[in-house]
Design a protein around this ligand. Structure first.
Ligand SMILES: Cc1cc2nc3c(=O)[nH]c(=O)nc-3n(C[C@H](O)[C@H](O)[C@H](O)COP(=O)(O)O)c2cc1C
Length: 371
């Protein structure tokens, strides 16, 4: 066999989808065994004190054949919690809980990064179990409803606008959360800058009406988000920091128009920081090809997400539009999703009733494929 034949023999099979999805890839300092990423999913299974326990560790370990797991959104500070039973990473007990998770995933051969999610104004206070301020760039309430402790949708609290003097403290909290994640053995961190939470609230003109250095233009609205990313990169190294965006997503009261103008300065800053990856929820906006736009505007590795199936995911990678792909709902019901994709096996459907509430049911009881 010539060297050229040998190269084809290792990457080529009769199934182009398999070779695209299963080629290893590096995202910054993260070496992935395949390109199938588990998307971040809030599941409301943290224990008392917002500590993830054995159940959470088992859930992620069951899914360790993903090239990379992105955890559910994790609050970097008490004020960052908005939903029922979401885990934190701001004290010793929570850090110890995440060490259980990291160990379980690594023992099963996987890689895992933690999504840092500060909800900002998207808060139902009864979900917290403690008193803490509800904070946002401006004193404008989120127009969407959020499930309360019993699952019934409720209005969000009116936030107070953060003073500019408070922002360095929140930047430091994100950096400390990133350090704690690494100290727990988690492989990296992903900043949640999508879906209308705190970072997105700063980026978006509908929720950021500030007239200081942190609002008023796309450049100034990107300032706090970039300060957070720079601090996280300083804390754990840029090669272990990713960022998730969803330009054009109206969720949680975001203005969906003009995503290019609103995100360009932010992405310019992301590029300069040399982060591990950009994770994009592709909203399939008419006339706006977000993946092509991101490729034109930067060289960061891209993880594509949203409504992908085996063939669209493989096509995104084979065409070079993305470096990896993430699946959300498919990973809920198919803990062995990579094996099923490799085998072209049918996928199980997830039961929505267990998405955000419950214990093991609908969480750790989905079986692997039968031989
Ligand atoms: C139950 C559930 C919880 C989710 N929680 C989060 C979250 O915490 N952070 C986030 O960035 N996206 C979250 N998402 C969005 C998913 O990461 C993903 O973008 C979405 O499910 C679309 O991907 P899919 O079509 O492969 O399911 C959640 C989705 C679901 C279904």
């Amino acid at each position: 066999m010539t060297p050229v034949d040998a190269a084809f023999a290792t990457t080529g099979t009769e199934d182009p989808a398999a070779s695209a999805l299963f080629a290893p890839v590096r995202l910054g300092d993260l070496a992935l065994a395949n390109r199938i990423v588990m998307a971040p999913m809030t599941r409301g299974r943290a224990g008392p004190g917002d500590v993830p326990g054995d159940l959470v560790a088992l859930h992620y370990a069951q899914r360790a054949s993903a090239g990379l797991i992105v955890t559910e959104g994790v609050q970097p500070t008490a004020e960052g919690k908005g939903y029922w039973r979401t885990p934190g990473i701001w004290n010793e007990a929570q850090q110890a809980g995440w060490a259980l998770v990291a160990d379980a995933v690594h023992a099963a051969g996987g890689r895992i990064v933690m999504q840092l999610m500060h909800c900002g104004r998207v808060v139902v206070p009864a979900n917290r179990g403690y008193a803490a301020d509800v904070v946002a760039p401006s004193a404008l309430a989120c127009p969407d409803l959020v499930p309360g402790p019993d699952g019934t949708p409720q209005p969000c609290a009116m936030p107070r606008a953060l003073a500019a003097s408070e922002l360095p403290g929140i930047v430091a909290e994100y950096a400390e959360a990133a350090r704690r994640a690494r100290a727990a053995g988690i492989d990296g961190v992903e900043l949640h800058a999508a879906s209308g939470y705190l970072i997105n609230q700063f980026l978006n003109p509908a929720s950021n009406r500030r007239d200081d250095d942190y609002g008023g233009s796309p450049e100034r609205r990107a300032r706090f988000p970039l300060e957070v990313l720079a601090a996280m990169a300083d804390a754990v190294g840029p090669g272990r920091v990713g960022v998730r965006i969803s330009p054009g997503n109206p969720y949680n009261g975001m203005a969906a128009d003009d995503p290019e103008a609103n995100f360009a300065p932010f992405l310019h800053g992301v590029e300069q920081l040399g982060l591990a990856y950009v994770h994009v929820v592709d909203m399939a906006l008419p006339g706006f090809d977000i993946l092509a736009w991101l490729r034109r505007h930067g060289r960061r590795p891209l993880i594509a997400n949203n409504n992908l199936d085996r063939s669209s995911a493989a096509a995104a990678i084979a065409s070079g539009r993305a470096d990896a792909v993430s699946f959300g709902r498919a990973f809920i019901a198919n803990p062995d999703l990579p094996a099923r994709l490799a085998a072209r096996a049918p996928l199980a459907r997830p039961d929505r009733r267990g998405f955000y509430v419950g214990e093991d049911r609908g969480y750790t009881d989905y079986p692997v494929m039968q031989p």
